[in-house]
Design a protein around this ligand. Structure first.
Ligand SMILES: Cc1cc2nc3c(=O)[nH]c(=O)nc-3n(C[C@H](O)[C@H](O)[C@H](O)COP(=O)(O)OP(=O)(O)OC[C@H]3O[C@@H](n4cnc5c(N)ncnc54)[C@H](O)[C@@H]3O)c2cc1C
Length: 388
């Protein structure tokens, strides 16, 4: 490989960037991946790590991308430890109406050959004895789904790419890309230390960074940014919470549920006003070290105003509401919070923002709150569409 020349340059080592690189490498291309930070530290490492195609509309292309991504995570895990755990996903209903929605969703997914088990309250409590008895009205369990450790997943996938495609893959960290331009049939990418790289195509998977590259394109893109508050407890001594655990407020939020006719039975007045105001739904995910991640809330701003989302502090009032709701659902042996942090993602009304400049510079961002579930599947489709 000529050192400065590649088939493809990818900007950004989040889930979208790394899996665009992966699929291009699988297709036999030479790839340079460039990340501005020492280690990627944005949405892809700050999230829950819940890989939940069950949250996406049955039969939709995004549900399908989620299935492809899940299969791919499992396949890579067989070969190289990227921290994927096949523990399934459980949605806990808090009342009869939510249970009715779970029943309808199970049927819709069964028609798509996507299996799940419906549990009574007693069965849910038998599987998760730490659930509050007066909360659980039943549950829907998807055994084929997986959870990831977001703080390590993407870094391990990068190690895997270096190991598997060592002769065709280069990645540079700590290296902001400051300019991308097409000249004839080549794209030139300049980084902050003034080095230049050339490629036939460039994917810009820059997450919520809208100031460095093509700000004029982003200004008219319709992208918005969501800020999420997250917390993690200290490692639990006794409580074991296998898999992804989502709750009644998630049933009211995820699009797979709102695609059900019975969703209309859910009374919005049952959602506490502060949860509605802060966009709170309650999810739990136990890390490998035993600590439990609890979240999350959502506050939104157009991209020009994302700096006004109080990016330098976490509003403890929001965390307290989340803890109050979490304690209605779960009994943990230690509720003390060891860490809290914010995460941000870009989202778009078309599910993702893809925009090509010239015919060789391809911006791909705004995958929203479903990127850990779908990016690897979407990237397969997108790389194939653009690179053939
Ligand atoms: C708190 C939280 C919880 C979430 N939970 C889940 C979940 O459980 N399941 C799920 O499916 N999804 C979840 N998501 C969504 C998911 O994390 C995102 O959809 C996904 O990570 C977005 O990936 P990305 O590659 O687009 O962006 P990012 O992860 O933001 O990556 C973009 C990268 O580009 C780099 N970059 C930007 N500009 C440049 C430049 N000029 N030069 C070089 N590098 C650059 C950045 O440094 C960054 O590393 C969650 C998100 C958050 C914030």
């Amino acid at each position: 490989m000529i050192q400065n020349q590649f088939d493809l340059i990818v900007v950004g080592a989040g889930a979208l960037g790394v899996f665009h690189a992966y699929h291009a490498l699988k297709a036999g291309k030479t790839v340079l991946l460039i990340e501005k930070d020492k280690r990627a530290q944005e949405a892809t490492v700050r999230n829950f790590g819940q890989v939940v195609p069950s949250g996406l509309v049955p039969g939709s292309e995004w549900h399908q991308y989620g299935r492809i991504a899940t299969a791919l995570y499992k396949e890579i895990q067989q070969e190289f430890n990227i921290g994927i755990r096949p523990n399934g996903t459980c949605y806990i209903a808090s009342n009869e109406q939510e249970m009715t929605v779970l029943e309808e969703l199970q049927q819709k997914f069964a028609a798509e050959d996507y299996q799940s088990s419906l549990w009574t309250a007693a069965e849910a409590l038998a599987h998760y004895p730490m659930l509050q008895k007066d909360y659980a009205a039943g549950a829907l369990f998807f055994p084929q789904e997986v959870s990831a450790e977001p703080e390590v997943l993407i870094h391990r996938v990068l190690e895997y790419l270096s190991f598997k495609f060592e002769d065709r893959f280069v990645h540079r960290n700590n290296c902001p890309v400051v300019d991308v331009a097409q000249n004839g049939t080549a794209v030139t990418v300049q980084v902050s230390d003034k080095k230049e790289y050339k490629a036939a195509h460039c994917f810009i998977c820059s997450g919520r960074e809208f100031k460095l590259l093509f700000p004029e394109v982003f200004a008219g893109s319709g992208l918005i940014v969501s800020k999420l508050n997250m917390m993690a407890t200290y490692p639990q001594q006794h409580t074991k919470l296998p898999g992804n655990i989502l709750t009644g407020l998630s049933i009211r939020r995820y699009e797979s549920f709102s695609s059900c006719d019975s969703y209309a039975l859910l009374d919005p007045a049952e959602v506490p006003a502060d949860c509605a105001a802060y966009g709170i739904h309650i999810l739990f995910k136990q890390r490998i070290d035993g600590s439990v991640i609890i979240g999350d809330s959502h506050q939104y701003a157009p991209i020009q105003e994302q700096d006004d989302l109080n990016i330098f502090y976490n509003d403890m009032a929001i965390n307290e509401v989340m803890l109050r709701e979490a304690k209605k659902i779960m009994q943990l042996d230690n509720w003390a919070i060891a860490q809290n942090w914010t995460g941000f993602y870009a989202q778009h009304e078309d599910e993702i923002f893809c925009h090509t400049i010239g015919d060789r510079i391809h911006i791909v961002t705004g995958i929203g709150g479903k990127g850990m579930t779908t990016a690897a599947g979407f990237a397969q489709h997108h790389v194939s569409a653009i690179l053939g």
